[in-house]
Design a protein around this ligand. Structure first.
Ligand SMILES: CC(C)(COP(=O)(O)OP(=O)(O)OC[C@H]1O[C@@H](n2cnc3c(N)ncnc32)[C@H](O)[C@@H]1OP(=O)(O)O)[C@@H](O)C(=O)NCCC(=O)NCCS
Length: 185
């Protein structure tokens, strides 16, 4: 499904539109994911993992748009995509349908201005409307800004996957596992 459009004005005066990317936006999403993968070590892919596959992104976006539960929240500055968030069922099996998995990224230039919190609030409200009872995510332990924002938005840390990530310099980073029970949304 696609979310209802919303507008947020950032503290720098820029107007951001939140809407759901569809298959037609695959190239924008690809460029966004390539850029955010380089900006921090907090995203999954490294350049060595190979390029993002445009067709796969297209298929993924089409499937999100057609789903009655899964959805995207994307942030556009004019025509440029600066934020990407997706919520999808953890596993498409009856026992798992109450659980949504969330991933998100924002271009560095647009972080720390409240955009992530606004995207998250939109996503949590939509998740509840779509029948999810809880939203879950994993975050690098050294991603203190993200952990702060997730906690502020109602997530609690319930677990840790030790040494989940090995960076190119050989250091390990733990993954913190968080959940947000949607009773309050
Ligand atoms: C994580 C991310 C989505 C957060 O979005 P955002 O737009 O920066 O979030 P907001 O501006 O709404 O909130 C950030 C909060 O973290 C705080 N913060 C920033 N850096 C911090 C730090 N090092 N330690 C503690 N808090 C920090 C800010 O002060 C702000 O808090 P406040 O709302 O109480 O004032 C965004 O920074 C991002 O995409 N980063 C790169 C990719 C990434 O890390 N993705 C997440 C993978 S799990």
């Amino acid at each position: 499904m696609r979310i209802k459009e919303r507008i947020i004005i950032l503290p720098n005066g820029k107007e951001i539109t939140l809407k759901s990317a569809g298959a037609e936006d695959a190239m924008k999403v690809k460029l966004h994911r390539e850029a955010t993968a380089k900006e921090t070590h907090f995203m999954a892919r490294e350049p060595e993992d190979g390029p993002f596959n445009l067709e796969r992104i297209q298929e993924g976006l089409a499937s999100f748009a057609e789903s009655d539960r899964n959805f995207m929240v994307n942030a556009y500055l004019d025509d440029e995509l600066v934020g990407d968030l997706g919520v999808s069922v953890v596993r498409p099996l009856v026992k798992y349908l109450h659980r949504g998995n969330l991933g998100m990224s924002i271009r560095q230039e647009y972080t720390d201005m409240g955009l992530g919190s606004f995207m998250m609030k939109t996503a949590l409200e939509q998740a509840k409307e779509n029948g999810f009872e809880q939203v879950e995510l994993g975050v690098y332990s050294d991603n203190l800004g993200a952990r702060h924002m997730y906690t502020k938005m109602g997530f609690a840390e319930y677990g840790m996957n030790p040494r989940a990530f090995k960076l190119k310099d050989g250091t390990y980073v733990d993954e913190i596992i968080m959940v947000n029970f949607l009773d309050t949304y």
